[in-house]
Design a protein around this ligand. Structure first.
Ligand SMILES: Nc1ncnc2c1ncn2[C@@H]1O[C@H](COP(=O)(O)OP(=O)(O)O)[C@@H](O)[C@H]1O
Ligand SMILES: [Mg+2]
Length: 253
């Protein structure tokens, strides 16, 4: 059974406290939305969970293994993976080569035939196998997001964090991305989606976590969180501003 336990995480940059005693658990293959205003600390939390940053205090356990002091590749091996707000594929490599990289560089698998077969399996899952020899830079924004998801799947993570997976995706492709997120979740993986796009969050998430000024202010079923007065005041009430910011971020990406 997948289990992530985040306990009392604190992170400061200079004198600024960006995460304040953040606590939450993930039990099993949940599909969770992590929302909150710009600057709330969502990306910082993700950077701590994937090992890019160390917390000032607090612990993270993944499947009963303490991971908060691990290096990023050790955390990837332990079973937690994330995508980035701005995709980080190797643009001059082919789609297939992009999938080889995490398996050969981070994974335990050194047998090229096994890595190749696994890559093709992932591409078939994403119905991108026909694109295997294309250069990553030739892909559309939505396909780049799928490739990034594919790179994560190469390491078979138990917990996946998607940081703004819909930024820069053409509206027509949104449903396609939803479908893959649901399929990865049905495949038994826990997924945390960070997004300002409330339509996406409310169509996908079974549970919402709301982060505001570094504090988790709500954690529960979307329908209940939506009605929570504290959440409305902190975040949902300023939805229009956030959408403007998001549109600006997407056009810049
Ligand atoms: N590396 C850093 N150095 C200094 N301040 C940072 C750094 N990363 C994030 N911050 C600050 O931490 C706060 C939270 O940022 P971030 O985690 O990116 O929020 P979110 O992803 O919720 O928009 C912001 O005030 C941001 O300026
Ligand atoms: Mg962010």
């Amino acid at each position: 059974m997948i289990n992530l336990q985040v306990k009392n995480l604190n992170k400061s940059f200079g004198g600024q406290r960006v995460l304040k005693d953040v606590c939450f658990d993930i039990n099993g293959p949940e599909l969770i939305g992590l929302i909150g205003p710009n600057g709330a600390g969502k990306t910082t939390l993700t950077n701590i969970l994937d090992g890019a940053l160390k917390p000032n205090s607090g612990t993270v356990y993944l499947n009963d293994e303490r991971i908060d002091q691990y290096k990023p590749y050790e955390i990837a091996r332990a079973g937690l993976g994330r995508t980035f707000q701005v995709t980080r594929s190797f643009r001059r490599m082919t789609v297939l080569e992009n999938l080889y990289v995490p398996a050969l560089a981070v994974g335990n698998e050194q047998d090229r035939k096994i890595v190749h077969d696994k890559s093709m399996e992932v591409l078939e899952f994403l119905t991108m196998d026909h694109l295997c020899n294309e250069h990553a830079q030739a892909l559309s924004g939505g396909q780049q997001k799928l490739l990034e998801l594919g790179r994560l799947l190469m390491l078979d993570p138990d917990v996946i964090i998607l940081d703004e997976p819909f930024a820069g995706v053409h509206p027509k492709l949104m449903e396609v991305i939803y479908e893959y997120i649901r399929r990865v979740n049905d495949d038994g993986k826990a997924i945390v989606i960070i997004s300002h796009q409330m339509d996406a969050i409310f169509s996908l998430a079974q549970r919402l976590l709301v982060l505001d000024h570094g504090t988790i202010i709500a954690d529960g079923p979307p329908d209940e969180v939506k009605k929570d007065q504290v959440v409305i005041e902190a975040y949902l009430g300023v939805d229009e501003d956030e959408e403007e910011n998001d549109a600006a971020a997407s056009s810049g990406a």
